[in-house]
Design a protein around this ligand. Structure first.
Ligand SMILES: Nc1nc2c(ncn2[C@@H]2O[C@H](COP(=O)(O)OP(=O)(O)OP(=O)(O)O)[C@@H](O)[C@H]2O)c(=O)[nH]1
Ligand SMILES: [Zn+2]
Length: 219
């Protein structure tokens, strides 16, 4: 292991222990470039083991392409440097009704099989003295999605981050997603999908509010 004495990962230190993505203490001791080089070598070994000819010009670049995709795209949400800054504005408009950001594109990766989870996230909150820049809601979803995940943890991580960043418990998150591990292998079920939700603050206690949220996202 290179540099196991590197800094402890700051990833998820703001979340309760049960909601943190399991990471080693030396998770960020190596640079992205070093990780890409190492993963590229490991993936090349997998391809060789499968019998693929890596001198073929279509396959030759695949190990590096996969490594770059893992580090820079699929799993970039592991790196606390990519955690979005959630900017809030004064609620000058005095808007205190439900705000729903629906149909947020969700692309994640099943941590059991390393295949895609594809779906939509719907998030809502009740503004108090501040309102959030809308795109930050999408960014929070994307940050936690871009990791090896299970849908339950992803749902709760997004809700907890929103509670902290927006400064209110009045937050709702609902995720509907298709798991490629269910669709393309194992049970090979292409019609089922998975819904998970987390309701905080008034969403947990006020059934009418919850119903309004569900109505607005078409549920
Ligand atoms: N709770 C939960 N389970 C998930 C998620 N993604 C995948 N899984 C499940 O994780 C389980 C892993 O179970 P195993 O029995 O070890 O894996 P497996 O032999 O590949 O299971 P099958 O998919 O049934 O073939 C499977 O049932 C998957 O459907 C998720 O986001 N949440
Ligand atoms: Zn899976």
């Amino acid at each position: 292991m290179d540099n196991p004495s590197g800094p402890a990962p700051a990833t998820d230190s703001h979340l309760p222990p049960g909601l943190r993505t399991p990471l080693r203490d030396d998770a960020f001791a190596r640079s992205d470039d070093d990780k890409i080089a190492a993963i590229s070598g490991h993936f090349e070994a997998i391809m060789r083991e499968l019998g693929l000819d890596l001198t073929d010009d279509s396959l030759a670049g695949t190990p590096r392409r996969v490594a770059k995709m893992y580090v820079k795209e699929w799993f970039k949400g592991l790196d606390p440097a990519n955690r979005p800054e959630v900017r809030m504005f004064d609620n000058r408009y005095d808007y205190h009704q439900l705000l729903v950001e629906r149909d947020i594109t969700l692309f994640s990766c099943c941590e059991h099989h390393f295949v895609p989870i594809v779906g939509k996230a719907h998030v809502a909150y009740l503004p108090g003295e501040h309102v959030v820049g809308l795109s930050k809601l999408n960014r929070v979803v994307q940050y936690y999605a871009r990791r090896p995940q299970v849908q339950e943890r992803l749902t709760r991580q997004i809700a907890e981050e929103l509670k902290q960043s927006l400064g209110t418990d009045d937050v709702a998150v609902l995720i509907e997603a298709d798991h490629l591990c269910v669709m393309s292998r194992g049970v090979n079920d292409t019609s089922s999908s998975t819904l998970t939700s987390e309701y905080g603050g008034r969403f947990a206690t006020d059934e009418a509010l919850r119903r309004e949220f569900l109505r607005q996202i078409g549920k």
